[in-house]
Write a protein that binds this ligand. Structure first.
Ligand code: ZN
Length: 187
């Protein structure tokens, strides 16, 4: 089932999400719906808060980026209760997009290497290192479960410059081409 993706301005995107319990009701359905919703919107990652569910889970399928980074082959994963244990290396800038911010891309600076602990779909705890784009996508999705969005990582000046565009996003004055829920949309 395709779920509406919540747009910037919705309070759920500002909340620190809660841990996922192993016997969480409806978890399998949620994961299936998150995949379906992400693919329909042509995204490479989707976090539960983006579909209005404040839980610590995100899905990533970075295979569309294989041409840019051959290391992304088979990088399709469900991350439950992830924890970034360490971030290292020289910060690098990448032009990021986000399904909650249609038509907006911003240069965001992040460290290139991370060490991540997470639970897979069977709730087995995994510990793994990621680098480059893989790390970048995880960091972006991880921000979502911490209540941080893309524009929290740009300068106040830059944020002022795009204020009107952000306001248009929360009012629904955009055409994302996928199902969305806008917090300030007038009926
Ligand atoms: Zn995002």
């Amino acid at each position: 089932m395709i779920l509406p993706i919540v747009a910037y301005g919705d309070p759920v995107l500002k909340k620190r999400a809660l841990p996922v319990e192993q016997d969480e009701p409806g978890l399998t359905d949620l994961i299936g719906n998150m995949w379906e919703t992400m693919y329909r919107a042509q995204g490479v990652g989707l976090a539960a808060p983006q579909v209005g569910i404040s839980k610590r889970i995100f899905v990533i399928d970075a295979t569309p980026f294989i041409e840019d980074d051959p290391g992304l082959e088979d990088f399709k994963r469900v991350f439950i209760n992830p924890e970034i244990l360490e971030e290292s290396g020289q910060e690098w800038v990448f032009n990021e997009g986000c399904l909650s911010f249609p038509d907006l891309r911003e240069d965001i600076s992040r460290k290139p290497d991370i060490r991540l602990s997470y639970q897979d779909e069977q709730f087995n705890r995994q510990e793994e290192s990621f680098t480059g784009l893989a790390a970048r996508i995880i960091q972006h999705e991880y921000d979502h479960i911490e209540g941080i969005v893309m524009v929290d990582r740009i300068s106040p000046l830059k944020k002022t410059l795009i204020r009107k565009r952000l306001s248009n996003i929360s009012k629904g004055l955009v055409n994302p081409g996928y199902l969305m829920k806008f917090p300030q949309k007038k009926r």
